[in-house]
Design a protein around this ligand. Structure first.
Ligand code: URA
Length: 221
């Protein structure tokens, strides 16, 4: 069966998922969207208010910024796949709880298994911790390249970080360009370790999020 069909079947399951408390407060589950054969996947934290209303990921303010960043980097939104670690909105946009992330984890793993992306970008601290390990900090891991099971993971700040702290905008903009660089250049995998662009250092933007560790996801790897 083709990948688009498999993803749609999975999405249908997600839309009626009863596995955690978030199903009680959602308007729509937000499975994710994009190219079923995407080379790059972006994984955010969880749907916000607008995403919950529309059933689509990253359509609110952070999504608008993500669109702009992708455009600036010459990456078409239609070419990538965008999803979240939890598919239903946490009330009040709170950080997803560990049991909610765990309940949703099989869906994310199934999406990754179907799409087989070359690059996954966890956006922000909860996605970073879920995909790569609870001890990592987004301030230190951003733009570093992690390899697992043949996939390159390149954590990036969540676009919302730049909306809350304007001084982060140039960093967020510079960081996304590394993706373009990675796509455009033929880089031998063993040469890649740190793509942090040369931008002025910023102080810790996510200290708060880092205090809410999410579980490391070991099931795929
Ligand atoms: N923030 C996220 O992490 N995901 C969305 O889908 C929207 C905003």
């Amino acid at each position: 069966m083709d990948k688009a069909r498999l993803l749609e079947e999975l999405a249908a399951e997600i839309r009626v998922c009863p596995l955690c408390r978030l199903c009680e407060t959602r308007t729509h589950a937000v499975p994710g969207e994009g190219n079923a054969t995407a080379r790059i996947m972006f994984v955010g934290e969880g749907p916000g208010e607008k995403e919950d209303l529309e059933g689509r990921p990253f359509v609110g303010a952070a999504g608008q910024l993500l669109n702009t960043l992708l455009e600036q980097a010459g990456i078409a939104r239609d070419d990538v796949f965008i999803t979240n670690i939890v598919k239903c909105r946490p009330p009040g946009n709170r950080v997803p709880l560990i049991d909610e992330v765990e309940a949703c984890n099989d869906y994310l793993m199934a999406q990754i298994a179907i799409i087989e992306p070359k690059i996954i970008c966890p956006l922000g601290s909860p996605a970073l911790k879920t995909l790569l390990g609870p001890d990592l900090k987004i301030t230190q891991a951003r733009c570093k390249v992690f390899r697992k099971s043949g996939i390159l993971f390149i954590p990036l700040y969540h676009p919302a970080a730049a909306l809350h702290r304007k001084e982060l905008m140039s960093t967020v903009q510079a960081d996304i360009m590394v993706l373009k660089e990675l796509i455009d250049r033929e880089i031998r995998e063993d040469e890649i370790t740190d793509l942090t662009p040369k931008v002025p250092p910023v102080c810790d933007a996510s200290a708060e999020a880092d205090e809410n560790p999410a579980p490391a996801n070991l099931s795929l790897f």
